[in-house]
Ligand binder design. Structure first.
Ligand SMILES: [Zn+2]
Ligand SMILES: [Zn+2]
Length: 422
């Protein structure tokens, strides 16, 4: 078994007082702070070069750290060794009859898996084993792609996070966690990536991200990271909100059309793209404006009702051609009238799949979100769509994939993969 020193854990009773020494006197750099719900502690990491110091402050009166501080006062708490395969490490320890606190790994900070060895087996030292999370590389760059006579530009409205279990429905965590490692609260990182279509005369956008009408509580629940958002992305692409002629909604959930409206200077909610005509599906609008208990949290009225009030929203039906070569196609499933957008020019096809393939990890047919209202309908649509996309080489856009904007579906020996293009 190979192990490297990852960090040294120090129990503190007063974090600010500890930082006054470790940060201000010793000059160590504070890297990050994270609440670790499963251990009821807040961890502050200080960089010491090849490894870190982890300051542990309790967030509950009965946590292990609280008991430790009460019994022995603040001080050295544990050392953490980084291992490549924590299951293999635990099996190795078991075969040697070593006493452990955790027979199975549990979630630690920064999406890592951790397990503790009992101090009685480690000569008085509490030893943590840590398998770091596989890093998901976040991709946000505005990127141009030519499709026939069209120019497509993927944009970003930042990132958010949703419960990994809900994102993968009936698929067990052991199957998806390696592809999209969850954080300590079981959330996986997701992008919001609207798509620009330029035809020469017209500039259209499909979806608009979640926008900025958020309060602090919800921003925290959804782990919103909009340090870089749609305005930055538009600017990077040489565009401004005024340049958008048509804004098309795949469906009316907040992470897709939150960015279609914004507060003006007086605090009134107004259309975000001042010159745009907005397009939504008629039956989706009907559902969105008459929500029930199961979809109410996703349909926030302030994202689309002000568009209707301003007289800029047009409702269309299945298969509607929005601009020549750009058409709605009903996938249903996620919502009964969820639309993918087919983009065709000079014999080439791209498809904005919205929440039908939220990420490239959702490409296997039965990997359907738990959020979907009609998951079996999603499954049936995906079956037919995948076959078509492989045969006709559709460029498939993944709106929520944190690290890939678009790719081609491939199938070899019954195994389906995605070849990343953007
Ligand atoms: Zn949705
Ligand atoms: Zn979505």
């Amino acid at each position: 078994m190979k192990a490297f020193l990852d960090h040294v854990g120090i129990a503190v009773s007063d974090l600010q007082a500890s930082l006054a020494f470790f940060k201000d006197v010793l000059g160590l750099h504070v890297e990050s702070t994270e609440d670790i719900a499963s251990q009821r502690v807040r961890a502050t990491f200080l960089n010491t070069g090849t490894s870190t110091l982890e300051m542990l402050e309790t967030t509950a009166p009965d946590s292990a750290i609280a008991r430790f501080v009460e019994k022995r006062g603040p001080g050295l708490h544990h050392i953490a060794l980084r291992v490549e395969d924590i299951d293999a490490a635990l099996a190795h320890l078991k075969s040697r009859g070593i006493r452990v606190i955790d027979e199975k790994p549990r979630p630690g900070a920064e999406g890592a898996l951790v397990a503790f060895i009992h101090p009685s087996a480690a000569h008085g030292v509490l030893v943590e084993l840590k398998q770091p999370a596989a890093k998901v590389e976040l991709f946000r760059k505005a990127t141009r792609h030519t499709l026939g006579d069209f120019e497509l530009i993927t944009l970003s409205d930042g990132f958010f996070a949703l419960d990994g279990g809900a994102m993968f429905g009936v698929v067990p965590r052991v199957l998806w966690e390696k592809r999209l490692p969850p954080d300590d609260a079981n959330r996986i990182p997701l992008s919001m990536r609207p798509l620009i279509i330029r035809t020469g005369k017209i500039t259209a956008i499909i979806d608009g991200g979640c926008g900025d009408k958020w309060d602090a509580k919800n921003a925290q629940i959804y782990k919103l990271d909009r340090r870089y958002h749609l305005d930055h992305a538009l600017a990077e692409a040489g565009l401004a909100a005024e340049d958008i002629d048509i804004a098309i909604a795949s469906h009316l959930h907040f992470d897709h059309v939150g960015g279609f409206t914004a507060f003006d200077k007086s605090g009134k909610i107004v259309p975000r793209f001042p010159k745009a005509k907005y397009i939504a599906h008629r039956a989706e609008w009907q559902d969105a404006t008459h929500p029930h208990e199961r979809n109410r949290a996703s349909y926030l009225q302030e994202n689309f009702v002000p568009l209707m009030d301003a007289g800029v929203l047009t409702l269309v039906d299945d298969g509607a051609e929005i601009i020549p070569g750009v058409k709605y196609r009903r996938s249903g499933g996620h919502t009964p009238n969820h639309q993918v957008v087919m983009i065709e020019s000079a014999g080439k096809t791209a498809v904005f799949t919205a929440d039908m393939y939220p990420t490239s990890v959702h490409v296997p047919d039965p990997w359907v979100m738990g959020f979907d209202l009609l998951p079996v309908e999603t499954l049936f649509f995906k079956r037919g769509f995948a076959k078509e996309a492989i045969e006709r080489e559709y460029l498939v856009f993944f709106e929520h994939d944190p690290s890939m904007a678009a790719g081609y579906l491939r199938e070899k020996d019954g195994k389906r993969t995605v070849e990343r293009i953007i």
